[in-house]
Design a protein around this ligand. Sequence first.
Ligand SMILES: [Zn+2]
Length: 305
Amino acid sequence: MTGRGGRGGEPAQIGEVLDHLAHDLDGASSTTIGAIVRYWPEIVGAELAEVAHPGSLSEGVLTVVVDDPAVAIAWLLANGAERVAYVDVDVHHGDGPQAIFWDDPRVLTVSIHEYSPGWFFPGTGAMTERGGPGAPGSAVNIPMPPFTGDEGWLSAFHAVVPEVLRRFGPQVLVTQLGADAHHEDPLANLRLTTAVYRAAARTVHELAHELCDGRWVATGGGGYGWARAVPRIWTLWFAEMADAIGDLPDALPPGWVTDAHDRLAATGDPAGAFPTTFSEDALARSDADDVAIEVGVAVAAMVGA
Ligand SMILES: [Zn+2]
């Protein structure tokens, strides 16, 4: 690993840490935490350039320090799993796991993401990216145009994801549940409401039981609407996982709303009309939804779903 950070020796040192991670997966969690603590000044100072969203170590962009879903997948493969499916609903392309398992037929990577090369990070994730020569078809990409909303995203998701998972037949499902495709996320431009997450969680949960005897490893991911969007979305996912979503009241706990509002306001955000429910009004559909629906049909045709 060569360093492009501002301090000659440091990137090589974190490269050694990452090499250690790859060879000592049992110690992965403690090593990860130790590495983050050790290198935190360089991380926040953006002097460690050899880290990327999620885990594409050559791109030189400081977003993700260690690719936790890829570490989980590598651990599963090292401990007997023969087929692992990775599903990434983060608004950014799941470039790290795709690159890491590009030529590995044991891992199917599926990513649905905002796609606008040259403008929206990271710019990879075209539908033509399908896996390496040793694993053709092992990567599936569903590139959504900016401003896609609920209808387009869900249509594309359902046109592709269930069928490609059924045909692959994973023993374990690993998901990256980034919440940054929500319309309140400040970094991205998709326009999903919480209704999408509720529906996607249901589908993923059903697939985990249909295909994997319920074996589902869920990781977090992006999400920069940290007060208004992420807590609601991850609560919906977790409630679905816990078979508790039917018991979840729509109203957010009033004490939580007050606390979250005040914390957001303390950052200078005009926290005004803070959400008080999990559900929210649907947004108007746009031309991007029509494009997204067509993308879903095209990807389904390409992958034979
Ligand atoms: Zn993201």
